[in-house]
Design a protein around this ligand. Structure first.
Ligand code: FAD
Length: 473
């Protein structure tokens, strides 16, 4: 007998930020939705990504605050660190958010099936394992939101002892005394920063000529300089070939081609993430997958099959960010509803890196703007002169804004806003609006920043860009 097929408006495979945002947004629009999740709703972001990583960066922030308390007149002696407490706290934060999300989905009447979903022909999804194995459902439309998993490197097999990906690292209940972080991207720099603040000796090994590739070079310079000051060794343009545990010791020697080994207690791989597309597609789905396993989608997130959409980390050639998944979810649901859907402008999404100092940016870097043929006007203001930065004692950083040069040489439309410094991840919003509303320097400079605030550095950079800075030329 053929399996009974349950009918829905939309069936979503994967309950991470992409999948759950599509479920909540679709349900808010009155769609009857099923979501299939093989692990826990919340996905990488909530359980193994953004939230746990930022919890540990906050742990590092608290420790820095205690260490610098003497400057404010507090004598703190004998600082004892128990990372297991932080690990437990992380668990509590994640659990609370997980319960909240589960409640929201239930409240919106999203049907959740537990198990691994596989798309088959005719918009049918089969649950192939887990509690709901055997369930078959069909959507008028289907959304693929299966996300991604950490990549590994040849020569660095996960061994449960020395080599960790972000998944294992974020579950540690004690921290190593020394570590190599392979990969100097956003995740690698966040981990290195957090470890250094917690007292671990850290080396970043990066294959590219720079860490934080894709960030504006002046932002990278700030991070490199501060990392160096804090004792983080950064080696770029290096090729790691493997590692050999040191006999009779709790360390392993990481081999760097043409260079000295680095002996450490832990090797953390932060070398990117691959799509979780194995087994996702059965026969005859009509969905195109590229040679790296990512699903190919058009600007409104439709795959080669017009009734199958893809969103989030699994989509080819898009930034792997939770909020990009949210935005794509809204685009996909609007397309399904037949409403006008503005595609995500990937050149202008906000980026936030929660290292110490933080990094945040939106729009084109100076180099990218020039590569695209723009003549530019650039202004920058360091945080050193900002009163709030001095009050909180965190003056490393810069705001840099790039605008298109008008024929008369003045600054026109703002093309990019780049920040490194204290709490810049919370300050980028104004820069994001400026870039996306295609504001000119004068328009954005006409708006007021509160005093004393860190955001005044952004305001001051805008004034200078518009031709008359109060503090900078
Ligand atoms: P995922 O979050 O990976 O979710 C996919 C879900 O689908 C999972 O729950 C999985 O179990 C499920 N699934 C997979 N296959 C199937 C199947 N066949 N059937 C049923 N279920 C399936 N992004 C930011 O924006 N800001 C940050 O600060 C940030 N920090 C990060 C820090 C770390 C350490 C990491 C690893 C990532 C970070 N990210 C950050 C990236 C962010 O976590 C991802 O971009 C986001 O989680 C992607 O969402 P998604 O829904 O596409 O996929």
């Amino acid at each position: 007998m053929a399996d009974e097929v349950q009918e829905f408006d939309v069936v979503i495979i994967g309950g991470g930020p992409g999948g759950y945002a599509a479920a909540l947004y679709g349900a808010a629009a009155g769609l009857h939705i099923a979501m299939i999740e093989r692990d826990k709703v919340g996905g990488t972001c909530l359980h193994r990504g953004c939230v746990p990583a930022k919890e540990f960066l906050e742990t590092a922030h608290v420790r820095r605050t205690i260490e610098h308390a003497g400057a404010f007149g507090f004598a703190v002696e004998g600082l004892n660190t128990d990372f297991a407490v932080s690990q437990r706290r992380k668990g509590e934060v994640v659990d609370k958010l997980h319960k909240g999300l589960s409640g929201l989905l239930k409240g919106r009447k999203v049907t959740i099936f537990e198990g691994t979903g596989r798309l088959e022909a005719d918009r049918t999804v089969r649950v192939v394992d887990g509690t709901d194995a055997g369930v078959v459902c069909r959507g008028r439309d289907v959304i693929l939101a299966a996300g991604s998993v950490p990549r590994t490197l040849p020569g660095f097999d996960l061994d449960g002892t020395f080599v960790l990906t972000s998944d294992e690292f974020l579950d540690l209940s004690s921290l190593p005394a020394s570590a190599v972080v392979i990969g100097g991207g956003a995740i690698g720099c966040e981990f290195a920063s957090m470890l250094a603040d917690m007292g671990t000796t850290v080396t970043i090994l990066e294959g590219l000529p720079t860490i934080l590739a894709g960030c504006d070079s002046e932002v990278v310079n700030v991070i490199q300089r501060v990392f160096k000051k804090r004792g983080i060794e950064v080696r770029t343009g290096v090729n790691v070939t493997g590692h050999t545990p040191v006999a009779g010791a709790t360390t392993t020697a990481v081999h760097v081609e043409g260079g000295d080994d680095v002996e450490v207690e832990a090797v953390i791989l932060a070398v990117g993430r691959r799509p979780r597309s194995e087994g996702l597609l059965g026969e005859g789905t009509g969905v195109e997958v590229n040679d790296r396993g990512f699903v190919v989608a058009d600007p409104v997130m439709r795959t080669a099959n017009p009734h199958v959409y893809a969103i989030g980390d699994i989509v080819a050639n898009t930034p792997q960010l939770a909020h990009v998944g949210f935005a794509e979810a809204i685009v996909a649901i609007k397309s399904i509803l037949g409403e006008p859907a503005t595609p995500v402008d990937y050149d202008r999404v906000p980026w936030a890196i929660y290292s110490n100092p933080e990094v945040a940016f939106c729009g084109l870097t100076e180099a990218a703007a020039k590569e695209r043929g723009y003549e530019v006007v650039v202004k920058k203001d360091p945080f050193g002169g900002n009163s709030r930065a001095q009050i909180i004692g965190e003056t490393d950083g810069v705001v840099k804004i790039i605008a298109e040069k008008r024929p008369d040489g003045s600054a026109g439309q703002i093309l990019g806003v780049h920040m490194a410094g204290p709490w810049v991840t919370e300050q980028l919003g104004a820069g994001y609006y400026a870039v996306n509303w295609e504001a000119t320097a004068e328009e954005a400079a006409g708006l007021i920043q509160p005093h004393p605030s860190l955001s005044e550095t952004f305001g001051e950079t805008l004034l200078a860009l518009a031709g008359r800075g109060l503090h900078i030329g």
